[in-house]
Write a new protein. Structure first.
Length: 407
């Protein structure tokens, strides 16, 4: 995903280019739904500074593809069953209306769409999933453009980013791939024959069938992984074109280690959560090896492996040092230093005499570093002894609490 010399481009062009790279990675599944991405990591991969990445993530948040998080990170938007259901219902209404308009049109050049269908059938034979997704998208967007309604074109352009994210779930099914292009051809033939009712019925059935399959896949999929302290989870996708049952082996090793350690074998699910508190802090990599052995002899069984990007296990809380207080009349000033070995300090809070916890900003105003200084001023504090507790947490919600007594 490296882009040479992007920093020399005008800001608005650079932002658009960076947003397009991240958007493409999301739509391709390179950035999985629910995964966390950091501005620093994206900037390093793209060869740009953090600012265009920050602006690009804001743009993608407006598109619904990411959700902003504290500390210069974002979550890739999860796939929402209800949103997909609503989107395909909306798409059915749009597609049937568009096909009806084209079937009533006095002239309609089929040649470009016939070429798309021919290329789609070739992609089916070659098993080229990215090409299938691209050509499927092109077929439908070409219909919208041919209808000549700019509002439909613009509205659906914004929706296809979400549709493309789930198309692989349907097109992963080998038996369904040819059916898609048979249905596309039936729609085109009905338009050419100017059979409005047949064309709209075919378009509506095409979208409804896709919606039904998608929702059934959502319902059969693994439950959402819940973030839990001390637990780490992984999810992957594996498909067998023959429909054979699959089992997986999951292994782990540190990035500076050479030997893989078994986490789980003979796993039928496509996800795994495990207790990561038994692992030392550091960077790790997973390897998933999937086999169709349940439906084949050992001699005929096939396997495939995939390694994850490095990820961090961090179970150690940050440290509070140099905690002190000083009084000046009715004001108390509290100072401390926070540090974490692996991750940025995500938040700090204080409590006066056992009261509610209140957030504190670092002296630099931004919680974006592994080491931060804090200066807290409490005004109108009555005379006498007071206990000020301070609490800090890192990105992984490891927490430390300390206190100081002011007199």
């Amino acid at each position: 995903m490296q882009i040479p010399a992007l920093n020399r481009l005008p800001v608005e062009v650079l932002r658009a280019r960076v947003a397009n790279e991240i958007r493409t990675a999301i739509l391709r599944g390179d950035l999985a739904p629910g995964s966390r991405v950091k501005q620093e990591d994206l900037a390093a991969q793209l060869g740009v500074s953090r600012e265009p990445v920050r602006q690009a993530l804001l743009l993608l948040e407006r598109e619904g593809l990411v959700h902003a998080q504290p500390n210069r990170s974002a979550l890739v938007a999860p796939l929402d069953r209800q949103v997909i259901s609503d989107l395909y219902s909306f798409r059915e209404a749009v597609d049937t209306a568009v096909v009806g308009m084209l079937a009533r049109a006095p002239r309609f050049d089929l040649t470009p769409l016939q070429l798309v269908i021919a290329r789609g059938r070739l992609a089916v034979r070659e098993g080229d999933l990215p090409a299938l997704i691209e050509l499927d998208t092109r077929f439908h967007t070409s219909l919208y453009e041919a209808a000549g309604n700019q509002v439909i074109v613009e509205v659906m352009r914004g929706q296809w980013s979400h549709i493309r994210r789930v198309m692989a779930m349907v097109l992963d099914r080998a038996a369904y791939r040819e059916k898609v292009w048979d249905e596309h051809e039936a729609i085109l033939q009905a338009i050419h024959a100017r059979r409005v009712a047949v064309a709209t019925a075919a378009a509506g059935r095409h979208v409804r069938d896709a919606r039904k399959m998608l929702l059934s896949l959502f319902d059969a999929a693994a439950p959402p992984m819940q973030a839990a302290k001390g637990s780490t989870g992984a999810r992957w996708n594996a498909v067998d074109d023959n429909g054979d049952a699959l089992i997986s082996t999951v292994e782990i090793r540190g990035t500076k280690e050479t030997q893989w350690k078994l986490l789980k074998d003979k796993l039928k699910d496509k996800y795994l959560s495990w207790d990561s508190t038994s692992f030392a802090d550091g960077e790790y990599v997973l390897r998933v090896t999937t086999s169709d052995l349940p439906g084949n002899t050992p001699q005929d069984a096939l396997t495939g492996s995939l390694e994850s990007d490095p990820f961090t296990i961090d179970n150690t809380p940050p440290r509070i040092t140099a905690l002190s207080s000083s009084r000046n009349g009715t004001s108390i000033e509290v100072r401390w230093h926070a540090a974490d070995a692996l991750n940025v300090i995500s938040k700090a809070e204080y409590s006066l005499d056992g009261g509610d916890w209140t957030a504190v900003n670092p002296a630099a105003k931004l919680s974006d570093s592994k080491e931060l200084d804090y200066i807290l001023t409490l005004n109108n504090v009555p005379a006498g002894e007071h206990t000020i507790a301070v609490r800090i947490a890192d990105e992984y919600d490891n927490q430390t609490t300390d206190k100081v007594v002011a007199k």
